[in-house]
Design a protein. Structure first.
Length: 508
């Protein structure tokens, strides 16, 4: 009898969730929604620049305010899902995401576009923690869970491929706002099918949702990231220092409050687990090192190498293919070798590929670019899939939403900081070019503005302006890629030590 009762829970969990793979298919639609939205913006940036005439700073805000808001709200939304139900939060967030996408599509000023991206971040903050937390509750067998996380990550990577290709097609045939409207059919399928197939799950003893903790988290993240962005762009002025201190104080207050609450929004004791902390840090630094290049790569392909949007989208495909392939086998590789070998090896591969991309120029052939992007994708697929598995495996399933939110916060915070820091390197290097007489001041704000300004100049001056602007932009891209390579290689070394002895579970 004892042997039977020991084995029965695993079989029972499997039998209770016969539709778990169909439910996973719905969850990955949410991931696809977010991934597509993030990638189509890069392709649409030159068109947004031409139509809305944002300054260089406004253009960076359009690119990163979405990540800023998500980073500030992920922990709160993950904890909210643990309390009121992850399915409910996911479906409400998906519906809001689709509706706000319409506002993005029809924005008429840079300010309205920034606001629309911020609101989209509020909705996006509900999606990612809920999907990972539901996977933690749907799949109790560790090997099945690793495969599910691999599929989850592979779908995100596939979204980075689908987004540019579909977005490129739309940009060649419609106006730039159409790239946001592709969210609507995905959202509709997700909500309609998810209502019937997703199981509801929540923490059975969650405690109250502490609004003061929510406020401290949001203010702390927004203020600190804003201060980093402004310092990287304009230096340390009084406002920047004050904002940074406000953010640090709010985050300190958040941590102190979590340590005193009987049911905290985020259990800070999770960070005592070396594997959990190491995985979170690896995610943050990896995305930081990659995001500056990713944000500007589409501009390089279109405005420097002269590729049309659809071709530029296809050019980025190898990164997604590599990430999908690696994500599906990452769990098996981590069990066969070790967690630290797979994560550190993946990060080192990305670092080497970024160093290669630091040699790009207008005449660089596609074989070199495609090979480097493929290596970036493979490295990211291995590292992100395994770190996500480590983070989810470190917590009880009832707190999966908060733990997933920490993972996603690291990702989004890394993206925001990467665009702020590395993006500011590109922008600062770009602005220093010397154009011909009659070059408009606006041409120094962004490469898109320079391309537009060149159309109003005589042929010789137009060619000189474009040549100088492109050369300056590529120089900035080299600096950002080199800095990203250094960050990735150092992160690979840190992960080797922090993830020492860490293993994925083999049985429930």
């Amino acid at each position: 009898m004892t042997g039977t009762s020991t084995l029965r829970p695993v079989r029972t969990e499997s039998e209770l969730r016969p539709g778990r793979w169909l439910a996973l298919a719905v969850l990955v639609l949410a991931v696809l929604l977010v991934a597509v939205d993030a990638t189509v913006l890069g392709l649409a940036t030159p068109y947004i620049s031409e139509d809305l005439h944002p300054s260089g700073t406004q253009l960076l805000w359009i690119g990163d305010v979405y990540s800023f808001v998500i980073a500030g709200l992920l922990v709160s939304m993950g904890s909210l899902g643990d309390r009121v139900g992850r399915k409910r939060v996911l479906l409400c967030g998906a519906a809001a995401f689709g509706a706000i996408s319409v506002l993005n599509a029809y924005a008429t000023t840079p300010g309205l576009m920034i606001l629309a991206r911020a609101l989209l971040g509020v909705a996006g903050a509900t999606l990612m923690p809920a999907t990972l937390a539901l996977i933690r509750n749907l799949f109790h067998d560790p090997r099945e869970r690793s495969l599910a996380i691999g599929i989850w990550g592979a779908t995100a990577s596939a979204g980075t491929a689908v987004g540019p290709i579909v977005g490129g097609f739309l940009l060649e045939h419609f106006w730039w706002g159409s790239v946001f409207l592709i969210n609507l059919p995905v959202m509709a399928v997700l909500v309609l099918v998810g209502i019937r197939t997703l199981p509801e799950s929540r923490d059975p003893d969650p405690g109250p949702w502490d609004l003061m903790s929510v406020l401290l988290s949001l203010v702390g993240m927004l203020a600190l990231v804003y201060a980093v962005k402004e310092a990287a762009t304009h230096g340390f002025g009084p406002l920047t220092l004050t904002t940074g201190l406000l953010g640090a104080a709010a985050l300190y207050g958040f941590v102190r409050r979590q340590l005193t609450l009987p049911t905290p929004l985020l259990d800070m004791r999770l960070f005592r687990h070396r594997g959990f902390s190491g995985a979170v840090l690896a995610d943050l630094l990896t995305v930081l090192g990659m995001s500056g290049l990713v944000f500007f790569l589409s501009q390089f392909l279109q405005l420097v190498q002269g590729r049309p949007p659809f071709e530029a989208g296809l050019a980025e495909l190898p990164a997604a293919v590599g990430a999908v392939a690696a994500g599906l086998v990452a769990g098996h590789a981590a069990r066969r070798f070790s967690v630290r070998a797979v994560v550190s090896g993946g990060l080192a591969a990305i670092g080497v590929a970024l160093a290669v991309l630091a040699t790009l120029d207008r005449s660089t052939g596609y074989p070199l670019l495609g090979a480097a992007l493929l290596i970036v994708g493979v490295g990211a697929g291995f590292s992100f899939t395994v770190t996500s598995d480590v983070i989810l495996s470190s917590v009880d399933k009832n707190r999966a939403g908060a733990a997933s939110a920490v993972s996603e916060t690291a990702y989004e915070l890394g993206a925001a900081l990467g665009i702020a820091l590395l993006g500011s390197i590109v922008t600062a290097a770009y602005r220093g070019f010397t154009g011909p007489a009659g070059t408009p001041v606006a041409a120094h704000e962004s490469l898109g503005a320079a391309v537009e300004a060149s159309a109003g100049l005589p042929a010789p001056a137009s060619e000189v302006l474009l040549g100088a602007a492109r050369e300056s932009f590529v120089h900035g891209l080299h600096l950002a890629s080199g800095a990203g390579a250094a960050v990735l290689l150092m992160t690979a070394v840190a992960a080797w030590f922090l993830l020492k002895g860490q293993r994925l579970e083999n049985a429930a």
